[in-house]
Design a binder for this molecule. Sequence first.
Ligand code: NI
Length: 170
Amino acid sequence: MSKLTILRYPHPNLHQVAKPVEVVDDRVRQIVADMFETMYDANGVGLAATQVDIHERIIVMDVSEERDQPIVLINPVVVWSSSEHVVNEEGCLSVPGIYDAVDRAERVRVKAMDEHGNSREVEGEGLLSRCIQHEMDHLQGKVFVEYLSALKRNRIKTKLVKAERDAAKA
Ligand code: NI
């Protein structure tokens, strides 16, 4: 396994649209393993392949306290979402240190394949629901800050570009 580099907003590749995985083979399983290592190392609850510059429809998640309930979603499709919505704070490994309120469906059900190519449905509420929707946005090239006002988004952009520049100098 190896840790992958997480792209940081406003990296342009975060806006690429991911392509469906054609065959779930050892190559894909390796990507999944590397993504889990990267996500756990960064203390994240979810990671989309787009964030590690791989533009295929692959998501890994673990919203458990014990960090022992990995979920893999390959080629996920939303089959149902609740009409009830919840506004809650959200963050993203590609937007470090930034948290803001985003409106999401309270519950969602997705159909996807696991790392063995088996199709199944996953239904989530609360953090799991929010995480599924957030990661699926990544596969469409959308970062959560795009739900915020242009003013906030520009502030975030400036802050992150400056942080990156300072880190490069250090
Ligand atoms: Ni994210």
